[in-house]
Design a protein around this ligand. Sequence first.
Ligand SMILES: NC(=O)NC1=NC(=O)NC1=O
Length: 172
Amino acid sequence: MNIAAVNALPYEDFVDILGNVVEKCPIITAAVWSGRPFLSLAALEAAISEFIDALPESGKEGILRCHPDLAGRDLQSGSLTRESHEEQAGSGMGALNSGEASRMARLNQEYKGRFGFPFVICARMHDKENILRQLSKRCQNERALERARGIEEVKKICHLRLQSLVLTANRL
Ligand SMILES: NC(=O)NC1=NC(=O)NC1=O
């Protein structure tokens, strides 16, 4: 699907196809539809990024809270979205040994208890060792820094999801 096909989508299809580029936040996709025609995929991505950047802190934290924990209960119960499942499986989150799994659960709990939103990282860009290392390190940061870091990671996840949806999808 090329950018011309994206621009031609009625908003129902635009949201249906691209609504999960930011995990469980279709409102972002629905909002940026008004900005079409986009000159390029990068321009669409920039519109999403600008929408997120313009949100108040509570909105940014709300986006982070829509993300399932890595190796968390959604993975265990099989209720991850298609994209999250691919990302988590790809980074080895489904193949942790018991020590890694309990360390992940403990650190996720510690992170959430400290910040009030979950640890978010672009799983496709890391293996399980590095995810554990990042989680342990980032637990020590300040809230404002972690809110910003989490949103940066959300944008990386969005970039990769858009690439795979638009550049490879032949749904149209
Ligand atoms: N808490 C998270 O970072 N979740 C995730 N990161 C990804 O890349 N996919 C997820 O589900």
